[in-house]
Design a protein around this ligand. Structure first.
Ligand SMILES: [Zn+2]
Length: 289
């Protein structure tokens, strides 16, 4: 790399580090477990010095930050360690970390610095997990308001593609290679269809604990005209589709019975922490702790 180029990068990095409020805008909590949580849309901060985003989705995912905080506590209680966590405290009208930089920040320098801190921190957490544990899992925590109030799990498989039968899905190696769990599929003793919608898929494990999911053993695909979020920038950038051994799942939480009250948030956090313990043993072949 040419020296001038290196200097430019260092100067940009230094100016990002000096952006006022950056550490408050993007909270980074180091962890010990082979698990990373990213929470891009739960923030409510609207600093005056940041421009409002002019296009794209700007509504926040209410209560996803307290939900993630409870999940951190329940993981600690059950598995004796903390996940890494990267939380945007900025309102989505100021920054959308779950989009590529241009749409995410729409030219605002403070938002761009926050976007870089979010994704640099997420990648650093993935690298630390790979170094310490060899592999891991990233959960990108969201909230949705679709009519069918299920937990939607996104693996970068479109709703239309989920309509394939199990045998067809298992044979589609090209599709499997473009999912955010590409590496986990190689590790799991179960076939791909079982991994995404079998009894011990994340959807299956959560349903067993009382939370309806998609995909899952009871709902293989979204059906006709139904909303379903299959995963976006975060799981594309940090999952195992393009590189590495950290796989990623977008976890879209419904409002009813999951995000609506602190009691429901706690019950879901417990169910998810329990499910992850089984999930690691079954598919990664190791305990989460
Ligand atoms: Zn979201």
């Amino acid at each position: 790399m040419r020296l001038s180029c290196l200097l430019l990068i260092l100067t940009a990095a230094a100016s990002r580090a000096q952006t006022p409020g950056l550490e408050k805008h993007i909270e980074v909590r180091p962890g010990t477990l082979p698990l990373i949580l990213t929470v891009p849309h739960g923030g409510s901060l609207k600093p005056d010095n940041m421009l409002a985003r002019r296009y794209g989705v700007t509504g926040m995912d209410s209560n996803t930050i307290p939900l993630a905080e409870m999940l951190i506590e329940e993981l600690q209680t059950r598995h004796g360690g903390k996940p890494h966590a990267i939380i945007s405290r900025l309102h989505r009208s100021k920054l959308d970390p779950n989009r590529e930089l241009k749409e995410a920040a729409q030219g605002d320098a403070t938002a761009e610095a926050a976007w870089h801190r979010f994704h640099d921190s997420a990648q650093n957490a993935c690298d630390a997990v790979m170094k310490k544990h060899g592999f891991g899992l990233l959960l990108d925590i969201h909230g949705h308001r679709h009519l069918d109030q299920r937990v939607e799990l996104g693996y970068l498989i479109k709703g239309e593609q989920l309509k394939a039968g199990d045998a067809e899905l298992n044979a589609d190696t090209a599709l499997i290679a473009t999912t955010s769990i590409r590496d986990l599929d190689k590790r799991s003793p179960q076939n791909f269809a079982e991994l995404v919608r079998g009894p011990q898929s994340l959807g299956g494990l959560l349903e067993f604990r009382g939370f309806r999911c998609l995909p899952s053993p009871t709902k293989a695909h979204p059906g006709v005209m139904a909303g379903y979020f299959s995963g976006a920038y975060d799981v594309s950038a940090h999952g195992s589709r393009d590189r590495g051994t950290v796989s990623a799942i977008q976890v879209e939480c419904p409002w009813n019975n999951v995000r609506d009250t602190p009691e429901h948030q706690r019950r879901f956090a417990r169910a998810l922490a329990d499910s992850l313990g089984v999930y690691f043993e079954v598919h990664f072949g190791r305990k989460l702790k």
